[in-house]
Design a protein around this ligand. Structure first.
Ligand code: TRP
Length: 471
């Protein structure tokens, strides 16, 4: 039983399917591309520590809140707040969610497009024999171009749309069940390869270029002098982005979860899996960054410049390289479909559109937006708003502003407006399972999470006015 949720909506068919789909949304470019570069820009170990604290204290409660709201209402974020008790004003979460979906998919598809080009490069054996500098130039030449990055971005968006056509069970669930575990394995191979790189010396002069163990130290040794208000906000933004929370994706997914699923343990398991992939990605990347003598602050190109260097040094590196970029592209797809699903399900359920035209229209609109992000590294480099190019601007405002604000509203709704009895009923599957730590959860969503989000947020925007120096 439990194949069809009570409402007869499309839905996930098994417990593992739920976890795989939610983990498929969470695990993506955010873990493997974004985490290392944002951690690199914000000091490494201290950033990691903050990030993990935010995941536990804020991320898991927000994720559980989203699942709860979605499953209770059996609807997309708009429909959900319209249906649930005291929900009306909170449809602003839905509106912000749609805006965030546009922003996120725009820059996400840029980077996902880069991964498609790198699949091609890996197959063509383009990394072979290249020096560190040459690999850097190769990335620059490609991503500052016009036609190719846009071409791959469009392909990626078309792939996303095609999976969305297929619906939840056929499309989303099948894809993720098999591929997530494979991705996990290949990252572990890369971790081993990266850490074992050892000491790198210049063959001509004998001068030391770098040592892979310094990368581990960078990632795990917290140097608090690197932490300032922006770094704290960046850690919060990264936690939201990586867990796919704050814009209603997991409200929508929650509405597809069967009534007998234990939402609390699903939220904890998905968050742990997501965090592990991010940390492993860090272990795969930072030792290599230091070995090759790159700066950890190399920005969005970090993984594309660094990883091909590891593949060259690994036995079977040719195959590992292809597999890695294929799996990364698929991880990106299982995330991007979850973002697009929010837009499409809102159009279908609220505007009564058919699934196919809703998908085509939203995909086309988002892709146009996305092209601007892609060209922000090339022809549109000169377009700078508030000190950021278009790509950085969308990335910053989605991750560090829209998502935390959305999360803030979500926990406030759950803690103060849904009603304690409704909350307990949903978490306990109508009293059939015991909810552990209910009072603590309630205290977190009522007080800790909202205050923490607000404090980090205002502090990061400089509202408190005591910006620490350094970093
Ligand atoms: N979490 C995904 C990643 O780490 C990206 C993502 C998917 C996302 N859905 C989201 C981010 C919803 C924010 C909100 O790559």
């Amino acid at each position: 039983m439990a194949n069809i949720p009570s409402s007869g909506r499309d839905g996930f068919s098994s417990k593992f399917g739920v976890i795989a789909a939610a983990a498929g949304s969470a695990v993506g470019l955010g873990n493997i591309w974004r985490f290392p570069y944002v951690a690199g820009e914000n000091g490494g170990g201290a950033f990691l520590l903050l990030y993990v604290i935010f995941i536990a204290l804020i991320g898991i409660p927000v994720m559980l809140s989203e699942f709860t709201i979605g499953r209770r209402a059996q609807a997309n974020p708009f429909g959900a707040f319209l249906k649930l008790k005291n929900g009306k004003p909170f449809i602003v979460v839905g509106i912000m969610g749609i805006i965030a979906a546009f922003f996120i998919l725009a820059f996400y598809s840029t980077v996902a497009g880069w991964t498609l080009e790198y699949i091609y490069k890996a197959i063509a054996n383009a990394f072979e024999g290249k020096t560190t500098d040459e690999l850097g130039t190769m990335f620059s030449d490609f991503h500052t171009g016009t036609f190719m990055p846009v071409f791959w971005q469009v392909i990626f968006m078309v792939l996303t749309a095609v999976i969305i056509f297929a619906g939840v069970k056929g499309g989303i669930e099948k894809m993720t069940k098999l591929l997530m575990p494979m991705l996990f394995l290949i990252i572990i191979v890369l971790c081993v390869g990266s850490v074992l790189l050892g000491e790198n010396t210049d063959p001509d002069t004998g001068a030391k270029i770098g040592n892979s163990l310094d990368g581990l130290k960078f990632l795990f040794y917290p140097d608090f002098s690197k932490i300032n208000a922006q770094a704290i906000l960046a850690a919060l933004g990264q936690a939201f982005f990586s867990l796919s929370i704050g814009m209603g994706v997991l409200i929508t997914y929650g509405s597809y979860i069967q009534k007998d699923n234990n939402l609390s343990s699903t939220a904890v398991q998905v968050s742990i899996a997501d965090t592990m992939v991010a940390i492993l990605a860090g272990v795969a990347i930072f030792p290599a960054v230091f070995y090759f003598g790159y700066s950890p602050e190399s920005g969005p190109g970090l993984v594309f410049k660094v990883l091909p260097g590891i593949f060259q040094q690994l036995p079977g590196g040719y195959i590992v390289g292809i597999l890695f970029f294929v799996l990364l592209a698929i991880a990106a797809l299982t995330s991007s479909i979850s973002v697009l699903e929010v837009v499409v399900s809102a159009m279908v359920e609220e505007l009564k559109m058919k699934r196919v035209p809703a998908t085509i229209i939203s995909t086309a609109a988002i892709t146009l937006f996305g092209v601007l992000c892609t060209l922000a590294f090339g022809p549109l480099k000169g377009v700078v708003i508030a000190g950021k190019n278009i790509f950085d601007l969308l990335e910053f405002s989605a991750s560090n502003i829209l998502l935390p604000l959305g999360g803030l509203l979500i926990v406030i709704y759950l803690g103060w407006f849904l009603g304690k009895r409704n909350l307990h009923d949903e978490l306990s599957n109508s009293g059939t399972i015991k909810v552990r730590l209910f009072q603590i959860f309630l205290f977190i969503v009522r007080f800790i999470a909202p205050i923490a989000i607000l404090a980090v947020f205002l502090n990061g925007l400089g509202v408190f006015g005591f910006e620490s120096v350094g970093g």
